[in-house]
Design a protein around this ligand. Structure first.
Ligand code: SF4
Ligand code: SF4
Length: 320
């Protein structure tokens, strides 16, 4: 049995920021080679899927899967890594909650294809063509991944042992997950690594007072008072509907929280919590007044469910 940690990393449907977060562990990622064999990491190691298929079941100590499950290739690799790994970690908002990618669940499969392949202003006239999962050329069958009708979290496809939230995850939490696996000191399965059992506002260094919002402002519209809660100044901040753990790095730096660490403990639906909380802070009593304030937040559903559509009670839009 190998004494060095056998690990794999995979990037599903995502932007790649989680892999950059791995590199952001700086010296730690450089020293990883002292204690671990990186058996599969498409962005950095020249390995193929058949190399993973050839491994014995459970041969990997740890697999980190970033990204949502959006197509048949993502699903196949998720199932493959689940089979070959003793511990599977959902890395980042997309794997944990669906992430930005899952905003696609608010529209339909057909509308996405239409916008991307048929009605896209960058296409040359006459080049409208939809991708086909299977094409035969000169008797050879060529296949590309099948594009699913909705986006899934990793846990919707395979059992997940640990969650490391964030868009991207804080490098310190990523490092802690790898160290925990190397030293056998991971917490009980099902834990959210690096997150705390409270809302982000509790860790925010800004002073909080009564929240009565009579208009919202885009961040570029005002220079916010440095020490005061951004939300009270009309800047939409999702800290009250977000799990703590990142150190409140955005509001501490003057930028509103967008909710990437997912819902606080005991909150089932982050978007619903956000909308309900925001509604209770609006300083207007009649429906027209409430609408006037809310109209200043374009795409409120997109803001409330920015990272969590696939894990929400909604999961997808009714029109899908
Ligand atoms: S700035 Fe955001 S995170 Fe900080 S207290 Fe206000 S709402 Fe909470
Ligand atoms: S402050 Fe909010 S958006 Fe920023 S990293 Fe933390 S949880 Fe994510």
């Amino acid at each position: 049995m190998a004494t060095r940690l056998q690990i794999a990393l995979y990037w599903g449907s995502a932007c790649g920021g989680c892999d950059v977060a791995v590199l952001d562990t700086n010296e730690f990622v450089l020293s990883l080679g002292d204690v671990a064999d990186v058996r599969f990491w498409p962005i950095a190691v020249d390995g193929k899927y058949h190399d993973v298929e050839a491994m014995a079941d459970g041969e990997l100590d740890l697999a980190l899967y970033s990204g949502a499950v959006r197509n048949s290739e993502n699903e196949e690799v998720a199932k493959l890594l689940r089979r070959k790994s003793r511990v599977l970690v959902a890395l980042g908002s997309c794997a944990c909650q669906g992430g930005i990618v899952a905003l696609a669940n608010m529209t339909t499969h057909d509308e996405i294809l239409e916008a991307s392949y048929l009605d896209n202003p960058t296409l040359e006239p006459g080049s409208r063509a939809l991708p086909r999962p299977e094409t035969t050329i000169d008797g050879v069958v060529l296949r590309i991944p099948q594009f699913y009708r909705r986006v899934f979290t990793l846990a919707a496809i395979v059992p997940v042992d640990y969650y490391v939230p964030g868009c991207p995850p804080a490098p310190a939490h990523l490092e802690a997950a790898l160290r925990g696996a190397a030293t056998g000191t991971l917490p009980p399965p099902g834990s959210v690594l690096g997150a705390l059992d409270r809302a982000l506002c509790e860790d925010c260094p800004r002073l909080r007072g009564e929240k009565k919002i009579d208009r919202f402002r885009r961040p570029f519209e005002i220079i916010p008072t440095p020490d005061r809660c951004l939300l009270e100044q009309g800047i939409v901040c999702a800290g009250f509907a977000t799990r703590s753990g990142c150190g409140a790095r955005c509001p501490a730096g003057g930028v509103p929280c967008r909710g990437c660490y997912g819902p606080p403990p005991n909150v089932i639906d982050q978007g619903a919590k956000f909308v309900a909380g925001l509604g209770s802070m609006i300083d207007a009593r009649d429906p027209a007044g409430i609408d006037r304030v809310l109209d200043e937040v374009p795409d409120i559903a997109g803001y409330a469910y920015r990272f969590g559509v696939a894990a929400s009670l909604l999961q997808r839009s009714m029109k899908s």
